[in-house]
Each structure stands twice: as C-alpha cells, then as structure tokens.
Design a protein around this ligand. Structure first.
Ligand SMILES: Cc1cc2nc3c(=O)[nH]c(=O)nc-3n(C[C@H](O)[C@H](O)[C@H](O)COP(=O)(O)OP(=O)(O)OC[C@H]3O[C@@H](n4cnc5c(N)ncnc54)[C@H](O)[C@@H]3O)c2cc1C
Length: 476
C-alpha cells in the first residue's frame, strides 16, 4: 500500500454527510460496496430544511430508519396556514394519515449518518475534503482529518457536499436569484401549531414550530433588495425584523423574541450540467436545488441518493449497462427539476395582490401551462360495443428503468400526454400488453386478449388508466 494507511483507500468515497450523502452511502454499503464517507462538521450541526414532506416516509422505510425517526420526538406536520392568493389565510391539510415532519436537522442528519455507519460505511468526521483530483485509477481526495493533511484514494466519487459542491461542477441557474433571511424566535404561543406560509409585496415567508419549542422563520427576497438598501450580511437584522413584522407570521406569538443571529442563505434554484459520469455522481443539493416553496428539498435529496445508488451499483457491477445508468440518472434529474420549476412558477402566478411587483413578476409563469382535459367518463352500456385502439401518438421506446438493484433498458409506452415513458403499471409490464392494441377492439375484448398475461380485473384497471390518460382513441 505504498505507505498509505488502510483507511486511505476505498471503493466509493462520498463527500458530505447530509441526507443525500448518508442515504447514498447506506444503500451502497447494503449493496455490497466498500464506502467511506467524509463529513467536515462534527454532528449534530445546524442546517435549514426542517419541514419534511410526507413523501419522505417510504424513503425512510427503504433506508430502514423510519422507526427510529418516529421515536426521535420530531413533530408531525398535518396542516399549514397559507396566506397566498389574496391575503386570506387558508388551511392546507395533508391527506388523512400522511403527515410530514418538523425536525431538528442536526439530530435528523446525525440519525441517518449513524445508520450509514451501522450498515458498514466508514465515516471520517470531522474531515474536510478539498477539490478531488482525477487519477489513472480513479480519484484522490485531499483531506484535513484529525488535524493532518492526508489523501483518500477511491475508484468512484460521490459529491454530496450540498450547495457548496466540492467538485466545482458547472451549475445552470433555474430560477431568478433568491435569498432567504432566516432566524429563530421564542415566545408565548397563542395560536395553533400549523406551519405558516404568507406572501408580501417583495417577499414570501415561511415559519414553523420546531421540536425544541422555537419558531423557525424565513423571508425569501430578491438579493437586489439588500443592495437597494445598502445592507451587508452583518446588518441584516433590522430588515429581517421589518419583513417578519409585515408577514403576519409572528401573530402566532405573544411578545416574540428573536433568539438567534439572522443569516442570509442563497435559495436560488440550479441544476448541474452533468450529474453523473462513469466514475462520479452528484447527489442532493450538490446536483440540483429546487424552490423551497414546496418544502421538499430533503425528499428530493433522498430521491437522488436512492436512484443514484442504483445507478452507481450498475456502473460498478454491470458496466455493460453503463449507458442506461447514465441516461436514467441524467434524465431523472432533468425531468425532476423541470417539473418542479414549472410547478413553482405556476404557484407564484397564483399570488394576485402584488402580482405586478418585480418580485412576483420575475417568478410567476407568464401563462398557465395548458391542461389537456381528461376524456369524459364512459357510460357502462357503451362498453361492449365501442371499439378502441391506442392513439397514433402512442409509441414504445427503449427507456432506462430500475429493475431490482440495477438499471436496464426496457420498452416503455411514450405519449405526449405522459410526463415520461411508462414501462410498468401496477407491477405489470405494459409493452407486451399494449403491443396487441393496434387493431380496434372493445374494452372487454382487450381485457380478454390480455387474459393470459394479467388477471381480468387488473387488465380492466390498466385499460381504465389508458383511457383516462387519453391514450385510447375510438375506431369509427
Ligand atoms: C433557505 C432554505 C430553506 C429550505 N427549507 C427546506 C424545507 O423546509 N424542507 C426541505 O425538505 N428542504 C428545504 N431546503 C432544502 C434542504 O435544505 C436541502 O435540500 C437538503 O439539506 C439537501 O441535503 P444534502 O444532503 O444534499 O446537502 P446538505 O444538507 O447541505 O449536506 C451537505 C453536507 O456536506 C458537508 N460538506 C460540505 N462540504 C464538505 C467538504 N468539503 N468536506 C466534507 N464535508 C463537506 C456539509 O457539512 C454537510 O453536512 C431549504 C433550503 C434552503 C436554502
């Protein structure tokens, strides 16, 4: 080992122990890879992103940490009070049984990292990575660990270092520049525990109660506002207080007290140009950042880690499927960012009271995306008689899909009405079924045609889905 210590070699080096890095490392370790994770801070460390959407639960189940998270004493988030369109507060409830979470990110992230360590990941912490260098065998990562300069060699590199992105990968902005001014408050609570979202003339606001009894409150503004008022990062507090007073968020408290420094954080959305290559992947905010409006940054970060783990596993174990793995991860990220940006622009457009102010004009979608109407419900007595086939726009295309622990190319149904090609529906592969729908058949005839491949009821359900998506056209 040419004088290097054992810990200085690894198969996969993950830089960053936030949700994305820990989840990626944990999954890769479970898939049998040797993983070393480098995190520069001792945990718990503070982090923004305390509201987690209900969609994190299946991810936490998959990672095997859901029970521990349930026991950790975080707060359930059932409801938000949203003052958006015209200043009227409207409750927004999660579906029954699907609560999100308000967490202390220091403890939440520490819990995920500990789970990764238990799965066999070697954790170097606190250890700060500097810009990694490509070598003939893979990567060398210069480290400051235990007060010493050293180098870690790895075959594969994962950048999970968040917004700072230790690889310095090129980022494409996806939104106008946005800054979050953030502080913590305490006081006597006089209204309910709902998360609060509000819109003002030159900002939008978010506030939520945290497990330690404090209230986390943010104002999202245009960085130009600070320049206009000649405000530097050290003198943010008066502006932050002024914005929060206007926001209505503090009405939930009697005599609220600001109990922290006020910090400015970049909240501009971006995506990396190349999120994956044969020996390197970017996950979480090292890869892309979405508008905090949806509070789903952590869910998205975990999603990139889970799909990223399958992509890395494929690259390492089945290099013959490398092209599919690279395409899958790249397209998945691009679609995710595009969909979220369109959703956010539509949501900004819903705010009317100050819609003519630059803050709102620069963020709102100019015109709402046209919605293609669903076909009308079918009358039951028409079913046996009317004949249908797939519309001419529906085609089968080779699409990279997750199959078990790998990515493989599969035939999938593609149509302008579908956000992306669909290979499976309800666990059933669609291609062999829809290939048989080129002739005009009644719906019962179609279900009969499929009877060898799927139970009749499931066949009828798939036909119902095809019809509702507008993928069937009637044969005159
Ligand atoms: C203002 C704001 C509000 C937000 N609110 C929400 C919200 O309510 N809900 C939500 O879900 N998301 C929210 N987000 C997004 C959320 O914070 C991120 O999506 C999430 O933290 C991304 O996780 P990550 O693991 O990619 O990165 P991070 O959580 O940033 O973790 C990166 C880790 O890498 C480490 N690191 C960095 N550089 C190095 C290095 N050189 N060497 C070693 N270690 C390194 C860091 O110490 C850190 O621990 C918000 C974001 C912003 C900006």
């Amino acid at each position: 080992m040419s004088g290097l210590e054992a810990w200085q070699h690894t198969e996969v080096c993950v830089i960053g122990g936030g949700p994305a890095g820990s989840a990626l490392a944990l999954r890769l370790a479970r898939l049998g890879h040797e993983v070393c994770l480098v995190e520069r801070h001792a945990f718990p460390r503070p982090q923004v992103g305390e509201a987690l959407t209900p969609g994190v639960w299946p991810q936490l189940e998959l990672l095997g940490v859901a029970d521990e998270v349930r026991r950790a004493g975080f707060l359930p988030a059932h409801e938000a009070l949203v003052r958006w369109e015209d200043g009227t507060a409207r409750p927004l409830r999660e579906r029954a049984g699907a609560a999100g979470l308000l967490v202390d990110r220091g403890r939440f992230d520490a819990l995920l990292l500990a789970a990764a360590a238990s799965a066999g990941v070697r954790v170097l912490q606190p250890a700060s990575a500097r810009r990694p260098e490509r070598t003939a065998e893979g990567w060398e990562v210069p480290l400051l660990y235990m007060g010493r300069e050293s180098r870690l060699r790895a075959r594969f590199l994962a950048d999970a270092s968040g917004r700072s992105g230790c690889l310095g990968a090129r980022k494409v902005p996806v939104s106008v520049p946005t800054l979050a001014l953030h502080g913590y408050w305490r006081g006597e609570q006089r209204q309910g525990p709902e998360t609060r979202v509000a819109a003002g003339p030159d900002a939008w606001y978010w506030g939520a109660h945290l497990p330690d009894g404090s209230f986390s409150a943010m104002a999202f503004v245009d960085p130009g506002l600070l320049r206009e008022r000649s405000i530097g990062r050290r003198t943010l507090e008066p502006l932050y207080r002024e914005l929060l007073e206007d926001s209505g968020l503090l009405e939930a408290w009697t005599a609220p007290r600001l109990v922290s420094d006020v910090r400015a954080r970049d909240a501009t959305c971006y995506r990396s140009e190349v999120p994956i290559s044969e020996d390197c992947i970017l996950v979480g905010e090292a890869s892309f950042s979405i508008d905090p409006l949806s509070s789903s940054g952590v869910q998205k970060a975990l999603q990139t880690a889970l799909s990223g783990a399958v992509a890395v596993h494929t690259l390492r174990v089945r290099p013959d499927h490398a092209a599919a793995a690279l395409r899958f991860y790249t397209e998945d990220q691009r679609d995710s960012v595009t969909r979220h940006a369109a959703w956010a622009a539509g949501y900004y457009a819903e705010h009317r009271a100050h819609g003519d102010r630059p803050f709102w004009k620069h963020r709102a979608a100019p015109t709402p995306a046209p919605v293609r109407p669903e076909p009308p419900p079918l009358a039951g007595d028409a079913l046996p008689h009317r004949r249908w086939r797939l519309t001419s726009e529906a085609v089968l295309v080779d699409t990279p899909c997750i199959v078990g622990d790998f990515i493989e190319l599969r035939r999938a149904l593609s149509h302008p009405r579908l956000a992306r090609p669909v290979a499976w529906l309800d666990g059933v592969e669609l291609a062999p079924l829809v290939e048989r729908l080129d002739k005009g058949l009644t719906l019962p005839q179609m279900a009969d045609t499929w009877a060898r491949q799927v139970p009749w009821r499931q066949g009828v359900a798939i036909l119902g889905w095809l019809y509702r998506q507008g993928l069937l056209s009637e044969v005159p």
